[in-house]
Design a protein around this ligand. Sequence first.
Ligand code: PGA
Length: 239
Amino acid sequence: MRYLLGNWKMNMSLSQIDKFTNGIEQLKPNIFVGVAVPSIYYAYCYKLKQKMSVGLQNVSEYVSGAYTGEISAGMLEDVQADFCLVGHSERRQYFGETDARVNSKLKMLLSKNILPVLCVGETLEQYEANETRKVLNEQLTQGLAGITATDDFVIAYEPVWAIGTGKTATEAEIDSTCGYIKEIVKQILGKENIAVLYGGSVKSTNSAGIVNLPNVDGALVGGASQNADEFIKILNIFK
Ligand code: PGA
């Protein structure tokens, strides 16, 4: 399966969602197309959900109870969310999400059969210090602790320095790093051919060389997913 996922982050309004929804027409069969929306707009996206998958950007690591402001995996199941991001670098950076918390969230989603999209990636500092593989190894080893080969999830490789900056890694770097992630997942879980998406400043103008790389199974798109025309242009680049 190949994937084109959008991440609206803390953007969009009701009228912008209407415009986006009206702009979505023909999608491609055999490609999982979806967008991770702000949770308050999930219910409003019922029309969009008739056209593509709709997911969330975060989930609580707790089951239920006195956790003000949190949304549980059980609630995501209740409203039939199609997928949920876990461990996005902005959650790690601004909201203190550690690998241990990311692991708990991933398990919560799996327990409710919501497809988790586990986000991993190195910072600019780590990239410049040649620590990309070491960082990914740690994030995956800790993030996937207690997960089994039969669990269904997807990984998004997003170098933090490429998110929202207009910079992307080179195609050779993206391909070899996504290949490395597949190897690590095979080592940790014995799971073959895990889907690995690339994210970080993906747009219609640069995605052709990225989404069709041998080790890349799709893209996680932030800024460029807020506009239906641009999002569909990226989809049309998938071979
Ligand atoms: P960007 O965001 O495409 O705006 O760089 C990607 C992401 O954070 O998922």
